[in-house]
Unconditional design. Structure first.
Length: 387
């Protein structure tokens, strides 16, 4: 009698091709698991007609796709995004009950409610789930917009229970792993796994770099955009000549556009393709990595991996004792500056004047790049989820 294949579900709201890093990585994982004999289902949100795109690109063979229509973007309001997450939660539950997977990979996209539904499904139907915490909620959200204290307590207890009942957990940094253990009291293994970088195939990293700074990614509530713009304006009013090139969407997109119209040496590209973003990063000598201090215990900026492959020095704008600061220093990929307008404007001037030289160690960067390749991420996910 032929043995039925083990059913595996991969759940992540963000997916290929719109999200070329984690989306591409999870697509490769799903394709690989299918070739190993697993029955793989992917539950995600659809922004671009994914089934037609999969056929066109000849991707996802042997994998079942269950896309829910995306109702919002990263620039949408908090209430709309909350409604979108609830809609996706019901979609996930319906597909799980239909497919009945024995193994479930679930991430924090969206956080808390969908992982909690996966936990309930697994408890009722005897499945096992692997919980990938790209960020830790509700704490990360609470840094941006304070959550009602009663709602916050409920969400905290829900997510802690989800952590405790998981077969194992995955997160990005040791600091986040420690936070997970302290907060939930889980005895499940917590694996630390770097997110991969966007593909730099076809990106020219050899040409002479433009003296200045790039920023590519979400211009959201956690990225200190008002502080950064104030520092750049102060630097320009003092006669600074370095160029600044920003790309990406988010709640501060309109401010970036207005700033670009005001200053000749500041350019805002708006939303760009991943390939265009990678080339912008590779074109400049420095890349800006601003992040709110409080959130670094609960999240890590995804753009950091791509900055490594770009060859740019990284200027982190955060406190000295944060996880991001430690990462920049330990891997010797750049500098850290206090999140203060005067300090940031001052280091722009010091970099232009040559007072601050290139801060990267090329050997250390190559070691880090090896860890950030897609095949490393997918191989690790294979071992954690399938074995």
């Amino acid at each position: 009698m032929t043995r039925k294949p083990v059913k595996v579900a991969v759940i992540n709201r963000s997916f290929w091709p719109v999200y070329p890093v984690i989306g591409e990585a999870l697509l490769r994982f799903a394709e690989g698991a299918s070739t190993k004999g697993y029955s793989v289902s992917v539950i995600m949100q659809d922004h671009t007609g994914i089934k037609a795109r999969l056929i066109k690109e000849e991707r996802g063979k042997g994998v079942g796709f269950y896309p829910a229509k995306a109702l919002t973007t990263s620039a949408s309001g908090v209430l709309f995004r909350a409604f979108d997450a609830i809609f996706f939660m019901f979609w996930v539950l319906a597909v799980l009950l239909w497919v009945r997977p024995q193994k479930v990979y679930i991430s924090t996209d969206p956080p808390v409610v969908v992982p909690f539904i996966v936990m309930l499904y697994s408890r009722v139907f005897g499945a096992e789930y692997i919980y990938h915490l790209q960020d830790i909620h509700p704490e990360a959200a609470n840094v941006v917009i304070p959550v009602n204290k009663w709602v916050y307590k409920i969400l905290l207890k829900m997510d802690a229970l989800t952590m405790r009942k998981a077969k194992c957990l995955i997160t990005i940094t040791e600091q986040m792993a420690a936070e997970i253990k302290a907060r939930s009291g889980t005895t499940a293994p917590v694996h630390v796994l770097d997110n991969p970088a966007v593909s730099f195939d076809g990106i020219d990293t050899t040409k002479s770099k433009i003296p200045g700074f790039s920023f590519c990614g979400n211009a959201g509530r956690l990225q200190r955009i008002p502080l950064v713009l104030n520092a750049i304006e102060m630097y320009f009013t003092r006669g600074g000549q370095l160029a600044f090139s920003f790309a990406g969407g988010g709640v501060y997109a309109d401010q970036l556009r207005s700033f670009s119209e005001k200053f000749e040496r500041f350019h805002y590209h708006g939303l760009v393709t991943p390939t265009e973003a990678a080339q912008i990063n590779a074109d400049y000598t420095w890349a800006l990595l601003p992040i709110e201090d409080d959130v670094t215990r609960f999240a890590f900026p995804s753009k950091s991996s791509s900055y490594i492959f770009s060859g740019a020095n990284i200027l982190a704008v955060c406190g000295e004792h944060t996880g991001v600061s430690q990462w920049v220093k330990e891997n010797r990929v750049g500098l850290v500056v206090k999140p203060e307008v005067e300090a940031l404007a001052g280091i722009f001037s010091e970099i232009e004047n040559g007072t601050v030289n290139e801060a990267s160690d090329q050997n250390a960067r190559e070691i880090l790049k090896a860890r950030l390749r897609f095949e490393v991420f997918v191989s690790a996910l294979d071992k954690i989820v399938l074995e």
